[in-house]
Design a protein around this ligand. Structure first.
Ligand code: PEP
Ligand code: MN
Length: 633
């Protein structure tokens, strides 16, 4: 049963509820459900629900209808995110776990790990104890195999997954691996599940060859009832009458599991099909069906693999699959997880590299000389700007550590929010706002050296540039106005063809970048023209001391007064709201997220406490970042 407690329940009454349930031999888990304090109680003696409902501080008791309790959505409505070293699986992220079926040698595991790391896998898999159909087949290297996997994982900074086939190997495996894999054949080895669960470590639980979805969730329940909350499920194909493929990958299990359980689920297209040529399409299909990532076999030389060669991808095929997953992710509104690059700057967590006057790399969207690059120079003492083609490239470079920071425009004082970037902030939960930069946008008419205003016939710029300089352009009615994708790109184009009758509207920096002449400066119609940029960093990369502003996003419940109740929390806590904007939720027509910027009071604990209340009042909540606003407190 789920026992919903009064939000203001006293510690004394809560202890009494717990004691009552323990006396009746219930296992107890305390958690927050949509912000409400709840106690999950499973496995005890049959009780009349009213006995619990009558206890002081209890609001409601909801019986759990499913046979699996801790693993069910009824028990926990929000998706579980499982932290494994530097990564988190679940919660809108796509994790790619890859490696050979079995660890075969030091050369093999190091070679493939290097390739996988380079292509973008976030964790390394490899069996050392192999459950093979034939006793004469390769059974794995055993303990030395686990040690090699561990060495490779440490060398490349990748968490490792490996299978446990029997309880006797558990102490050794638990010491070495980050995630214990329980394979399809052991999914219903309940004694093993109890022992594995009791370790409290993350577990990857693969669906058995003849297991129903309910069987899978019941096995997850075993693990959870015995002590771990970190269970990752895996759909790896089941036996059907079809023999063309090794198994039948049951993709429909993915949305079903997502509906019934809060646990993340990976899809294993390798064992699911048994054939290399089907791995790529089924991996993409699994991701499209809602999986939180894939578990896939890759071998440096599949033709010589000692197990599962025919289903193992060549490293080049894996590289292509990674790129395809990256293309699919934005459609699903998901972040493709990345590890920090090995050759990246690697600043210790918690330090702001630029604060010490060190040079930092900062990604921006556009060509050299763009307004975003200008914003970078205003904010960082010693920046090295790195251009990217799309806004999304900025997120990608921040996430994988190609750069220390990113800078993105979020709002213009004349034209409003740049919604695409708000959507991207939602899509990348591991990228946070750590700073704010507001710059005045000054437009210049820029032409090749030796040109003059009298000679100009055509003017190129981003449609925003043309619109913001309309009054100036109205003075030259015979000029042809040519819209261009990017302002600095327009300058580059004019510079390339060197035609003195062409000009571009852009910032002064773009003129300097291309050695061009500024024919007129400050040609914007309204001089109150500002763009607000945010500086972004990877989670844990930069700690902002004494933040003055926070950006949050939340969705309200579908009931009367729900938005009002969230805003009421802000008012009651005396928090000053600087901005409120709503955006449609991608994929959910007519549902909205609310973006709010807030002043952070000097006493940080007040803010944290208020945010707990916001979280309780809202249907969903995320802190996008805390930073020092250039508009003060
Ligand atoms: C494996 O992942 O190597 C494996 C043996 O998988 P399964 O248990 O799904 O057959
Ligand atoms: Mn295998």
């Amino acid at each position: 049963m789920v026992v919903i407690l009064d939000r203001g329940i006293s510690a004394h009454h809560k202890r009494a509820v717990r004691a009552f349930l323990s006396e009746h031999r219930y296992q107890i888990r305390e958690l927050l459900q949509d912000g409400e304090p709840i106690i999950g109680a499973v496995g005890g003696d049959p009780l009349d629900q009213r006995q619990v409902e009558e206890l002081p501080g209890v609001t409601q008791v909801i019986p759990l209808n499913q046979p699996y309790k801790l693993a069910s959505r009824e028990f926990k409505g929000t998706e579980t995110e499982i932290a494994i070293g530097p990564i988190k699986i679940g919660g809108g992220r796509l994790a790619v776990v890859a490696g050979p079926c079995a660890v075969e040698s030091r050369e093999q595991i190091f070679e493939v790990a290097a390739q996988l790391r380079e292509s973008g896998a976030v964790a390394l898999r490899g069996g050392a104890f192999k459950p093979r159909t034939s006793p004469y087949s390769f059974q794995g290297l055993g303990k030395p195999g686990v040690e090699l996997l561990k060495e490779a994982g440490e060398h490349f900074g990748m968490p490792i997954f490996s299978e446990v086939v029997a309880a006797e190997y558990l102490p050794m495996l638990a010491d070495c691996v980050d995630v214990l894999q329980v394979g399809a054949r052991n999914m219903q080895n309940f004694e093993l599940l109890k022992r594995v669960g009791a370790l409290g470590k993350p577990v990857l639980l693969k669906r058995g060859l003849a297991a129903t979805i309910e069987d899978l969730l019941m096995s997850a329940e075993y693990l959870m009832a015995h002590g771990t909350d970190a269970v990752i499920l895996c759909e790896r194909g089941i036996r059907t009458f079809e023999t063309y493929t090794r198994n039948t990958l049951d993709l429909s299990a993915i949305p079903v599991v997502k509906k019934l359980s809060h646990l993340p689920i990976l899809v294993d297209p390798s064992h699911g099909t048994g054939r290399r040529d089907q791995v790529q399409p089924m991996a993409l299909a699994g991701v499209a069906a809602g999986a939180d990532g894939i578990l896939v076999e890759v071998h440096p030389d599949p033709d010589t693999a000692r197990s599962d060669g025919p289903q193992s991808l060549y490293p080049g095929q894996f590289e292509k699959l990674m790129r395809d997953i990256e293309r699919l992710a934005p459609v699903l509104g998901k972040e493709v997880l990345r590890l920090p690059r090995i050759d990246g700057p690697g600043h210790p967590a918690g330090s702001m590299p630029d604060a010490a006057g060190e040079a930092v790399s900062v990604a921006f969207q556009g060509e050299r000389g763009a307004h975003s690059e200008n914003a970078i120079y205003q904010y960082f003492a010693k920046p090295r700007p790195v251009p990217g083609r799309e806004f999304q490239d900025v997120f990608r470079m921040v996430l994988d550590g190609t750069v220390d920071y990113g800078v993105l425009p979020v709002e213009n004082s004349l034209t409003g929010s740049i919604h695409q970037n708000y959507d991207l902030l939602m899509q990348y939960p591991d990228v946070h706002i750590v700073g704010e930069i507001t710059i005045r946008i000054r437009w210049c008419l820029i032409a090749p050296l030796g040109s003059s205003i009298a000679q100009i016939r055509r003017v190129l710029s981003h449609p925003q540039g043309l619109a913001q300089c309309a009054r100036f352009l109205a003075g030259f009615p015979d000029w042809e106005e040519v819209p261009f994708y990017d302002t600095a790109g327009a300058v580059a184009e004019v510079a390339r063809n060197g035609d003195v009758t062409q000009a571009a509207l852009a910032g002064a920096a773009a003129a300097r970048e291309h050695g061009m002449e500024i024919l007129a400066e400050g040609v914007e119609t309204d001089i109150q023209n500002y763009t607000r940029f945010v500086a972004l960093a990877r989670d844990g990369q930069a700690q902002v001391a004494d933040p003055t502003r926070a950006s949050i996003v939340f969705s309200a419940r579908d009931e009367p007064g729900s938005l009002f109740h969230v805003l009421q929390v802000l008012a009651d806590n005396n928090l000053n709201m600087k901005k409120l904007e709503s955006r449609p939720i991608p994929g959910s027509p007519w549902e909205y997220m609310f973006y709010v910027d807030l002043d952070v009071p000097a006493e940080r604990a007040l803010f944290d406490h208020a945010m707990e209340q916001v979280q309780a009042a809202a249907a969903s909540y995320r802190l996008l970042g805390m930073y020092r606003s250039n508009q003060g407190r």
